[in-house]
Ligand binder design. Sequence first.
Ligand SMILES: [Zn+2]
Length: 463
Amino acid sequence: MRLRIVVLFFVLAVGFVLAPRAAAQSPIVVVSQSLDMRFPRSMRFNIETKSNTRITVLRLTVWQNGVAVGARYSPAFAPSQHVRAGYNWSFQSLSEGGYLPPGTRGEYTWHIEDDAGNVHDTPRAAYAVEDRLHTWQTLSNDVVRVSWYEGDAAFGAAIFARALSAREFLAKQLNIQDIRPLQIFVYASKQDFFTALPPFSAEWTGGRMFPEYGVIMINFAPENSDWGMRATSHELSHAILHSKIRGTLGDLSVPHWLDEGLAVYNETSDHAPDDQFERMFQLAVLRNTLIPLRKLEQRFPADSEQAQLSYGESYSVVKFMIEKYGAEKFAALLNIYEKGAAPDDGLRQVYGMNQDELENAWRDEIGARSREISTARLPTLAPRPTFEVSSPLASPTVLPTASPAPTAEPTRIAQAANPAPDTAVPAPAPALPASGLCGGVVMLSGLVALSALKRRGGRDSER
Ligand SMILES: [Zn+2]
């Protein structure tokens, strides 16, 4: 059946009243409606409807919770007094719906018109995207839901407890309000994981978050739970921070080092350093080869060791900010960034320092040599280009799907064995905004574990 997108439109307020007066007398009857979930391929919305004249218009509107834009589709059908039709939403094709992660929830409605001008709108019905390829176990409360299919109850319970604790730190210590419920799906094998991800997902992806749907997908087996627990917390921090700070300016104002540093800081309840980054970081302190913070404002280097250093360094700076000046100040900074302040402006307002000055305060604290800073340098007042932003409202002509938009971020880069040349190109996914890239916890599985394993044994090699 050939289908096409008719129009996109904005969802009206909750108080929107559907039910025109004429609907009560409409002879149009919906015999049945249903949804066939065939993730990861598609979901099919079916309808059977009758009227006493020919039904000529059939239109499906689909929303996803958390996304301000709905989409309308008009399935092709032969006009008749009795119509059976359906719309096949493809998760694989942007023009036929587009990818949605498991856990996505939303609503849909059918609009029906007949030859006599009668109209009928079905009440909004809920749907949920479900990955039925696995027999999931779940553990949930009203804020976090963890789903896994390999490993025992204790495995899921441990992830659940860690996720709750990571969330609580952000909610209580950093005072992030209105955190939406989060769903975490743990895929035990790389193959299962990639089957569930959007088409053409990068090979190095080990976890992925969809902040607008409140979904985190992550790949680790029970035997790697140490790594997985850190990775889950890391992604959860990104998801929460990114859903707090969204929109045209907010996305641009948070320095990348702050985003990643906070994610590493929140990987464990005791905020201990992540072993896989710590070695490079300590070496750089000794050798006086730390990277100027300002160079990490937008992205991290592609070079594996430099990237590891970047994570270690960012973690250390965030730890310094939170533990030296207090969580309240850090929370205040996030609030200012939420309103769209540029990186240096936000820091100046809250800490009275720009990035360079903050860096030297931090260097002093950790016993590293100060960096000479040119005072002639102009402050960077302008936010970065807005083309990096594509919140649903900023691009109303495109369906809000999870194809490589910032809504669906490949959050884990395999830095460890990345043989990429040391060029200025930041990361192996140029279509994505730099802020969306994350190698927070290096994915040490499959092809990517090599170089880290060469150097490190013990705990790292298990992650
Ligand atoms: Zn990250």
